[in-house]
Design a protein around this ligand. Structure first.
Ligand code: NAD
Length: 338
């Protein structure tokens, strides 16, 4: 099942980006991300030549001291490296009511701007401001990180739409690991709207029998021990240990935690690698792929919007096929969930 793969950026061999040692295979995100970025750079160059301007990604922050600024800066740098124009929109202020109004106005303005292809906003939004401020103002066609209810609903219904880049990266790592998905028992730990739930919907769509575990799950190990695939997105270092895994399981660790100054995932890597057949390392696994896929989503959004504006067909690569990052316009029928 390739429906979540960005068109034109695959396929790779199942071994791509994989290191092997005495324990589990350790699928690396960076080589796959490099390959995706190369494809994006080619598409950006073609788009820019045809349209006379580069596709533009708008990044909205509420004050540059926001904790997510490091992540957003990294995305802007990665955008520039592939020829995408980055536009940082800062909505400073210390009164949540005024700042929320200005944030909504900024996102509405970017949504209406034909030069802007995609919009992402600082997450979480500052205390006292509802995330609805952003999702009510963002054009779903520019919602390249899949936070708008329309895109979330399209995913739920089996239509193509924008999916959150992190969830997309988790699925991409899983597919590239070569693990069979159809008929597999999959456990997703975490039920957030940006990672856990979208991963679960994608896994179910891809044919896995999918269980979602979360903070109220009574016996987590009972579920994980029966799973061929375990995707962990809880933000709890050491949550999954080797004795909680079925021998040969494939483990996708989405967690990012800082412990004693070091980045670690949610999986106890040392014990898990003795039992799993493959486990994504942290850092270096899912993380690098997330940014590359966000750029892939951006270029798809730009192509779709140009096509919708009636650009000559030859100027815009066809927006059909198995692209995951395509906008909702292509979908006329939900995929069969039979
Ligand atoms: P979140 O806090 O919104 O959700 C965490 C989920 O984990 C919740 O659904 C909760 O029920 C569940 N959970 C918490 N403790 C648990 C426990 N003891 N047992 C079972 N389930 C438990 O977090 P999120 O935004 O979904 O992010 C999850 C992790 O992924 C975090 O570590 C975050 O830093 C990381 N993340 C990584 C990337 C990336 O690019 N790799 C991007 C976004 C988030």
């Amino acid at each position: 099942m390739r429906s979540w793969r960005p068109a034109n950026y695959g396929p790779l061999s199942a071994d791509a980006g994989m290191t092997t040692d005495t324990g589990a295979r350790l699928p690396e995100g960076a080589p796959i991300a490099d390959e995706i970025r190369e494809g994006v750079a080619d598409d950006v160059a073609a788009f820019t030549a045809a349209q006379g301007h580069a596709p533009c990604l708008a990044v909205v922050v509420c004050g540059r001291s926001a904790p997510s600024m490091v992540y957003l800066d990294r995305i802007l740098k990665a955008s520039a490296a592939v020829g995408i124009e980055g536009r940082l929109v800062d909505v400073p202020g210390d009164d949540p009511v005024t700042q929320a109004e200005e944030l909504a106005a900024a996102v509405r303005m970017l949504s209406a701007d034909d030069q802007v292809a995609g919009i992402i906003a600082q997450m979480p939004v500052p205390a006292g401001i509802s995330i609805r401020t952003v999702i009510d103002a963002i054009d779903p066609a520019k919602d390249i990180d899949g936070i708008h209810p329309l895109n979330a609903g399209l995913l739920r219904l089996g239509f193509e739409g924008f999916v959150p880049a992190t969830a997309h990266a988790a699925l991409e790592m899983l597919e590239r690991s070569g693990a069979p998905i159809v008929g597999a028992e999959a456990v997703v730990i975490g039920r957030s709207p940006v990672v856990g739930m979208p991963v679960a919907f994608m896994l179910a769509k891809a044919g896995a029998t999918t269980t979602v575990c979360h903070s109220k799950t009574l016996d987590l190990a009972a579920h994980t021990r029966a799973a061929d695939i375990v995707v962990v997105a809880a933000g709890r270092p050491g949550l999954v240990t080797g004795d909680m895994l079925k021998p040969g399981a494939v483990v996708i660790d989405v967690g990012i935690n800082v412990v004693d100054g070091h980045l670690v995932g949610d999986v106890d890597f040392a014990s898990a690698r003795e039992v799993a057949s493959a486990i994504t390392p942290v850092p270096g696994g899912v993380g690098p792929l997330t940014n590359a896929l966000l750029l892939a989503h951006l270029v798809r959004a730009a192509q779709r919007q140009a096509a919708a504006r009636g650009s000559p067909a030859g100027n815009v690569p066809p927006a059909t096929g198995p692209a995951s990052a395509t906008g909702p316009a292509s979908a006329t029928r939900p995929a069969s969930n039979a």
